[in-house]
Design a protein around this ligand. Sequence first.
Ligand SMILES: [Zn+2]
Length: 345
Amino acid sequence: MKEKKQWMCFRKQVWIQLSVITIFILFGLDCAFRSSGDLRLYESYIPHENQTAAIKQGKVRVTFLGTTSILLDDGETQILTDGFFTRPSLWKTAFSKIESDQGIILSVLQKAKINHLKGIFVCHSHYDHVMDAPFVAKITNAKLYGSSSTINVGIGSGLNKENMELFQLGKPVKLGKFSVTVLESKHTPPFRILGKTNATDPNFPNISSPLSQPVKALDYIEGGTFDFLIQHGKNKILIKSSTNYVTGAFDKINVDVLFLGIAQYSLQPLSFQETYYNQTVKKLKPRLVIPIHWDNFFLPLAKPLEPNLRLGDDFDSNMNLLLQRTSKDQIQVLLLQGFESIDLF
Ligand SMILES: [Zn+2]
């Protein structure tokens, strides 16, 4: 009888402990899958402008299409970075193969009025940059520009060789009045989520053979990371997708507008945070900084953008760090919502 009582007591204790552990795990997961920021705090930085009137001659309009997909348009020529529109759910990305959704791509092209696109420049070959680019190229007949990894994604998607061009670092590509120079850059430092790292395996640094969908997200290998210096008339733009720098790369460059990757900015060591700002904003001296790669790309572009999940980022801290520094340097910051269009010049 005494033994039975002890056994019951033991079972009760184990049950209570398991329940507490489960509650902690569920609470932790709930926190991890919440947005890492509150956009309402940055209302004053969101222009809510959405330009739809015809673009005046000499002007350049930008439309933000989430992550690092940026459409530039001068009324005659459009150029685009990445063009990642499918944005598969977290569940799908983690547990199954992924593929481009032609219906979503077509609806984005229509909504963003992408109808005179001449070039797509891919920042690097992770899936959240490159996966839809060949399909956008196919539909619009624009040329796909990228690393050898990006070209292999293009070949795997059945894109014609004439519709692709390998990056030539430092050599400007002329498209209408735009001139695009590709600069070697670095990817955001590697991180680990749920035991998995996104670091590139040094034995497989590139996508070395044609990649055909559907494939696992991890099959998209970085294959080098690139920044784009874009000149239009006397105006200059720099697009930096990843939160990292090459020391001295911008020593001789000044721009008017900087699109700056801020993903995981505040998760880096203090010395990195300082050097990243010094090697980008301080060197380039833009009058306007537009943060990019801040939105949760597991959610559809058709819905209002939300900040990255707490699981891998801290949007509020990233913005606070950037705003502290830019306000000291008297540089304007604008945060664009999905499909938001503003005239840059
Ligand atoms: Zn990446």
